[in-house]
Design a protein around this ligand. Structure first.
Ligand SMILES: C[S@@+](CC[C@H](N)C(=O)[O-])C[C@H]1O[C@@H](n2cnc3c(N)ncnc32)[C@H](O)[C@@H]1O
Length: 255
């Protein structure tokens, strides 16, 4: 609790992002990742391995961009900083551990961007959601990773409507997911997409008690790799239930 409060007070995040809940979510994610370190280890290894393999055969290695870099738990930052001339870490919030890790490398920079494209629209500063991925379609960017952020992008925009007892526009969640995938497909860089697609909750008897699609009805093609992320082992979300996510990885994403 004390540590969470410390991050809440000391993380440089514009007030608008704070009020949308991004800082709170990042801090909760960090606390959970620390509590569930052992349960998450295989998932994090699998994600880092997918990223390494995705860029292994690239001839040009100028800029690598990591979308949803977050805590950098699933990002092989050391390898990327060594292999690329520049690495740009993109997230709505960069907590202190990520800022500290980035400072170790002269060629790693942080960028704060809203990858849902909806934050300015929710604040009434735009007429519609933006396409936030197109800014990374640059000649000097050779590698882009979407690092486990796809399913997260609709959550706070949808919460914004729920907390005001308002219905969101039809298909808002689906359109945020679709826009991210289409944006990635248009990039000229090699794209590594890692995304959790489905949540399954089971009990100690091994029965599935809940199952839902994390991508709002968007079905991804067959992945190059896929694995299970035990996101909430028994005891984390409930004594007798655990939550697991299916994760799919694409080493050269195109729609
Ligand atoms: C499950 S975490 C990804 C894990 C991260 N790659 C790591 O290793 O810690 C999802 C990330 O997406 C970020 N995110 C969620 N919505 C976002 C948005 N609208 N714009 C930018 N980043 C966002 C969160 O801040 C979080 O860091």
């Amino acid at each position: 609790m004390l540590i969470e409060g410390f991050h809440y007070l000391t993380t440089p995040v514009p007030r608008a992002q704070r009020s949308l809940g991004y800082l709170r979510e990042s801090i909760l994610l960090m606390s959970r990742s620390r509590r569930c370190r052992a349960a998450w280890a295989d998932h994090l290894d699998a994600a880092r391995s997918a990223i390494r393999h995705s860029c292994a055969d690239l001839v040009r290695r100028r800029t690598a961009v990591i979308l949803g870099s977050g805590l950098l738990d699933d990002v092989p930052l050391d390898d990327l900083a060594r292999c690329f001339e520049r690495v740009i870490l993109v997230d709505m919030v960069h907590l202190r551990p990520a800022r500290r890790a980035a400072r170790r490398y002269a060629n790693v920079t942080l960028q704060v961007s809203d990858l849902s494209g909806c934050a300015d629209w929710l604040r009434g500063e735009r007429e519609r959601c933006a396409d936030p991925v197109s800014q990374f379609d640059r000649d000097d960017i050779d590698f882009v990773v979407s690092a486990n952020c796809l399913s997260q992008l609709p959550i706070l925009p949808l919460d914004w409507f729920e907390s005001r007892n308002r219905l969101p526009p039809v298909e808002l969640g689906r359109s945020i997911v679709a826009r991210h995938l289409e944006g990635l497909s248009r990039l000229r860089a090699r794209v590594c997409l890692i995304a959790d697609t489905e949540q399954v909750t089971d009990n100690r008897e091994g029965h599935v008690v809940e199952q839902f699609d994390l991508l709002h009805g968007i079905h991804l093609p067959d992945p190059d790799r896929s694995w299970i992320w035990e996101i909430a082992p028994f005891g984390e979300a409930g004594r007798h239930r655990r939550e697991r996510h299916r994760v799919q990885a694409y080493l050269d994403w195109r729609l």
